[in-house]
Design a protein around this ligand. Sequence first.
Ligand SMILES: [Zn+2]
Length: 155
Amino acid sequence: MKSTGYCHACRKEVAENPRVCPRCGAPNPTLGYNVTKPIAVAVSAIVLLSIVADVLHSRKPRYVAGQTYPIAKTGLVCLTLKGLAKTTEGGGVTPDQAAQMGCLRLAPEEHPQVRVLAKDETAVKVLVLAPNLKVDNFQGWTAADNLDPQPVAAH
Ligand SMILES: [Zn+2]
């Protein structure tokens, strides 16, 4: 059975659940959005904005590259630091805008973990470790405060 979906960034028909859109390069182009998600993303963008503001004013990331941390707060992971910064400008973005900026949402209730690859003043570059989710293996920047400060113990 042919299984296809529509890229929410460029609206073209693509195979269902590719990692990136073969036409425009958007990550997870057929990742479903229902009616509640735009609200959730808007709320998380506001939360992210306050987190970034909080980090800017008070705290420095304490994360160590190579360590794995659980996600503690809902937030966006973006392909570029610029993309992440854009999502926090002007009071947040829609899911389509976030996708066009190369951003994906990580929610703590889905229990993703991330391995820190690099960091700067307010954000960390992470590799998403979520074998049961479409975001698995996604690499991008997220606000440092989205991570639980306690690393996952090595097994
Ligand atoms: Zn596309």
